[in-house]
Design a protein. Sequence first.
Length: 260
Amino acid sequence: MSATQYEVYAIKYAHHARRAAENFIGGDPHDGPMPLDYFVWLVRGAGREIVVDTGFSAATAARRQRNHLRCPTEGLRLLGCDANAVKDVVITHLHYDHVGNFDLFPAATYHLQDLEMNYATGRHMRQPVFSGAFDVEDVVGMVRSNYAGRVSFHDGDAQLAPGVSLHLIGGHTMGLQVVRVATRRGWLVLASDASHFYANMEQVRPFPIVYNVAAMVEGYGKLRALAESPAHIIPGHDPLVLERYPAPSGAMHGIVARLD
Ligand SMILES: [Zn+2]
């Protein structure tokens, strides 16, 4: 265990009513409502604030018919975190719901996998089945950020700070990465879209937006290997996260969950 231990928060910023059949390859025999929450995450400790993903804007929500609840930076502000001052932002992957709003972090270096930039700017994007969850302006924005010297590329696993590391999983996208954090209750893994819901990894029923199904299924095992226990894996979009973990205060109930 690392000597440095961090606080970790999930911050909900949007919601989308979906049916269970839309959340699994092959659908769901007991089809019913299975809504999706949208989160960004804050890792804080030892004088560091690391934001994981940046969410999407109200304008994007309107265009994609998602229910936008608040700007992710407002959620961060509830925790005393000023987006303008954040130095490190991990972009788990370049889908619109994870990298939109990147421009609201003007002092940040973006941490991204080589393979994710390759994927988002490469041959597969001519096919809507792969490009549908990307917004080209976000991708171009990351290219511009790179030209401005603000992207830190990682090729596989990397240490971001003592007790905070990045791990390439792929599957959902070519270069999806997850974040492993040392906390007071052991190694926690922010899985992002390596598993949208608890059910995807627990029942080994992959989510249907996918680059490589085999890598996605392999990823469930990697998550378990990285985490202290299955209860230390935080899925990317599951509303259960806000039920299973407490709010830091009454005012943040239903918005923020403390994960450590
Ligand atoms: Zn997502």
